[in-house]
Design a protein around this ligand. Structure first.
Ligand SMILES: CCCCCCCCCC/C=C\CCCCCC(=O)SCCNC(=O)CCNC(=O)[C@H](O)C(C)(C)COP(=O)(O)OP(=O)(O)OC[C@H]1O[C@@H](n2cnc3c(N)ncnc32)[C@H](O)[C@@H]1OP(=O)(O)O
Ligand SMILES: Cc1cc2nc3c(=O)[nH]c(=O)nc-3n(C[C@H](O)[C@H](O)[C@H](O)COP(=O)(O)OP(=O)(O)OC[C@H]3O[C@@H](n4cnc5c(N)ncnc54)[C@H](O)[C@@H]3O)c2cc1C
Length: 671
């Protein structure tokens, strides 16, 4: 954070910081995943943010589209040199996935870098889908930025249904080449970040044909532009998809092929190969390993959701400590808006959710690494559970984060609507995460497939994998008695999830018994299946969050343990109150217990209130990363709003030319 001198800090914020009764740094270490991780992140931030090139003299949003893109490319080049020359020196390849790198990227790009997908998907796909020989060829070039890549899977006609993609890659043994072709308008690749004008290479997911047979979708590395002139190669048509709600500097592009040839070696061959004579050889033990990059990105998106929500919460809580409004008690000064319980209700759940998603995200990352280690030994048994886990966690975390960022904007009143608050841009960025890398509903339905199977296993007494082990109790028809203890609440969330999954399984059984096909029975149950999947995910987040808080605060100071537990309890109580209908249906909760729960919630808001600013300070965002007039560490909200307003191009002259061209002639009746 950029602390400046104490004298510069808004007096209300100063008082808030004096009120804080826990050690902020200890909480920062927990959020980062350990003291060593915090130190590494700070080192990366120090190195990267010492470079003045990140600073825009004119705010990004005041530039026109082309200027914004050019500026984003300029900064991306400076930034990638820093990554290449400085940051990879610090931690090696690991730096690419480090929180430090993610945070410094936000200091450079208020919107999105056109290189984001190069680092976010092109490089990870090379690592995940290439043979060691192919990696040795492509990875150094990609890391040295000698080539810049995109990831083109989605087409104009299909995003969700990958098996329905239409782009073809047909092997020609005579020349040992693949012929890429876009047979229809709807087969045009669409959306790939960095593809429109920036990338010279692209990972293309296409239907593989060899010896007249289709083998389904496979990834290929495709050079699309000349490395010197940057002109698209003959047979390649590439461009920008048009203006978007956000991501306008991400250079999302379209791509069409006309019988375009690439060498056989450009098929990414870790999981399947095509031999010189055209023989297709399957290497992978699991059918869906070519979807590996998507699983990886979904896993990272859970912490990405936490990160962006933490930024919004920091902005809104600091602003709410500075802002004073209304006069609830006659004759008394206007209170800080943070003192209103309704404001606390809007904001404290944002802090708690950022913690919940961050700690669950770290746990998911460790699970991902363990499954990856098993797969390296040829064991893919845990992949279905990882797919189910990462699908629902990606869906729920991105959806919660987008909704709560918008809530932070509402909490900042009119000033939250200013682009200089950074809340609108943050929202437009995060709301896209609910759709990309797998739409919310579609991913919850993927998890539902796993849950229904797990339910059937539970009913037949089979051993269940850890994340669904709770179904065993429900299948044994053990009734859950409501209790507002943490364990009691978690058990009740699990009972809700189990009850909903059981109802889905029963509905499917009922329909198939009366002659409905399994596919139709599934479709007719999908509204319930999505709800069941969401309930399962919520129960899992509650359990993982509480478990991690208990584990990580075991050696912390007492005050840190208390505040972390207050937040985690708030999260559980909040969701119990949000789902009272479900609890009434699936647990023994009654009216008086609901009233008690509401009181407990209000008590927690009051307990957290004195530590609210300390809690957002613990996210440890530097001002350069927050980019917000409302959220800076010093709380000089009104000064910054005025300073930013004066940067508007509309303030460059006192009279606009449009006055002379239109308004004056209109007034004189001469228009
Ligand atoms: C410079 C700064 C850098 C800083 C970095 C910043 C980081 C920020 C982070 C962001 C990073 C990148 C940004 C990303 C931008 C967006 C990129 C994209 O959007 S790329 C495109 C993504 N597209 C999708 O996600 C498509 C979604 N669709 C699917 O995943 C699948 O098609 C489907 C799962 C919905 C269906 O697939 P299908 O083949 O039809 O499978 P079935 O439904 O029939 O299921 C069969 C069977 O397979 C199992 N399955 C499915 N998927 C998987 C999987 N991935 N792994 C394991 N198993 C899988 C499924 O469960 C079924 O199993 P059963 O046993 O039969 O039930
Ligand atoms: C900002 C942004 C960046 C992107 N970047 C990339 C990129 O770099 N590379 C890339 O390849 N792609 C990218 N995408 C594309 C993205 O992955 C897809 O948009 C996403 O997977 C959703 O697919 P779709 O657009 O086909 O939606 P659709 O599948 O058409 O969804 C439309 C609606 O239909 C519903 N629906 C679809 N199928 C089902 C079903 N089986 N059951 C129930 N409901 C269903 C959905 O829930 C949704 O409500 C990006 C998208 C965005 C917005």
């Amino acid at each position: 954070m950029t602390k400046g001198t104490q004298a510069d800090v808004n007096p209300d914020l100063k008082k808030e910081r004096l009120k804080c009764n826990f050690n902020i740094q200890e909480v920062t270490f927990i959020i980062d995943g350990g003291k060593d991780k915090t130190l590494q992140r700070k080192k990366i931030e120090d190195v990267a943010l010492n470079i003045a090139a990140s600073i825009d003299e004119v705010p990004e949003e005041c530039l026109n589209l082309k200027e914004r893109y050019d500026n984003a490319v300029r900064k991306s080049c400076v930034y990638s040199n820093i990554v290449k020359n400085e940051l990879l020196e610090i931690t090696g390849l690991e730096a690419l996935g480090s929180p430090g790198l993610r945070r410094t990227a936000d200091a450079f790009f208020k919107d999105v870098s056109p290189f984001m997908l190069h680092l976010g998907m092109f490089v990870p796909t090379i690592i995940g889908q290439c043979t060691p020989e192919q990696q040795a060829h492509w990875l150094p070039k990609a890391l040295e930025m000698q080539i810049i890549g995109a990831y083109a899977q989605t087409e104009l006609g299909h995003g969700t249904f990958i098996r329905g993609l239409e782009t073809t890659a047909t092997y020609d043994p005579a020349t040992e080449e693949f012929v890429l072709h876009s047979p229809t308008l709807t087969s045009t690749k669409w959306w790939a970040g960095g593809l429109g004008n920036t990338a010279n290479h692209c990972i293309v997911v296409a239907q593989l044909y060899t010896k007249g047979q289709c083998h389904g979708t496979h990834p290929f590395i495709v050079p699309i532009r000349d490395l010197d002139t940057h002109e698209p190669f003959p047979g390649v048509k590439v461009g920008d998809v048009g203006i978007r709600m956000g991501f306008n500097t991400a250079d999302n592009g379209f791509l069409r092929f006309n019988q375009y040839r690439i060498p056989r070696e450009n098929m990414m061959m870790k999981n399947a190969k095509v031999m010189k004579d055209g023989t297709y050889v399957k290497v992978a033990r699991h059918e869906k390993l070519t979807y590996g990059t998507m699983v990886f990105v979904r896993v990272t998106l859970v912490m990405e959701a936490a990160f962006n929500l933490a930024k919004a919460a920091t902005i809104a809580v600091r602003y709410s400590a500075v802002r004073r409004q209304s006069q609830p008690k006659p004759g008394e000064p206007e209170p800080q808006i943070l003192d209103y319980p309704t404001q606390q209700h809007k904001l404290f759940i944002c802090i708690a959710t950022a913690h919940a998603l961050q700690l669950t995200g770290l746990w998911l990352w460790r699970t991902f690494e363990a499954v990856l280690a098993d797969m390296r030994k040829g064991d893919t048994d845990s992949l279905p559970e990882l797919h189910a886990l990462s699908s629902c966690l990606k869906a729920v975390s991105t959806s919660d984060s987008a909704a709560l960022i918008e809530q932070c904007r509402f909490a900042c009143g009119g000033h939250g609507y200013m682009l200089s608050s950074n809340l609108p841009l943050l929202y437009s960025f995060v709301t896209a995460t609910r759709t990309y890398e797998g739409d919310y509903t579609v991913l919850l339905l993927q998890t539902a497939r796993f849950l229904v199977k797990a339910w059937e296993q539970a009913e037949s007494g089979k051993v269940l994998t850890p994340t669904v082990a709770y179904l065993a109790c429900a299948a044994a028809k053990e009734k859950v008695v409501w209790s507002d203890s943490v364990d009691g609440m978690i058990r009740s969330f699990q009972a809700v999830a189990a009850g909903k999954i059981a109802a889905c399984a029963e509905n499917i059984k009922r329909l198939t018994k009366t002659g409905t096909s399994l596919e139709d029975a599934w479709q007719l149950s999908t509204v319930r299946l999505v709800a069941a999947s969401e309930a399962h995910c919520r129960a899992m987040i509650c359990q993982a969050y509480w478990h991690e808080v208990t584990r990580l605060t075991a050696s912390c100071s007492a005050s840190v343990k208390i505040v972390m537990e207050q937040l985690a309890t708030l999260y559980l109580v909040y969701w119990a109150l949000e789902t009272t209908g479900d609890l009434l249906r699936y647990s023994t909760i009654c009216e008086s217990e609901l009233n008690k729960l509401q009181l407990k919630y209000e008590e927690l808001l009051a307990l957290i209130r004195p530590n609210a600013v300390g809690l957002v300070d613990a996210f440890d965002f530097r001002d350069e990363i927050l980019h917000s007039t409302l959220g800076a560490y010093d709380g000089r909200v009104y000064e910054r709003l005025m300073e930013e307003a004066l940067k508007s191009p509309l303030n460059e002259t006192s009279v606009q030319s449009s006055f002379h061209k239109y308004i004056r002639p209109l007034a004189k009746g001469k228009l």
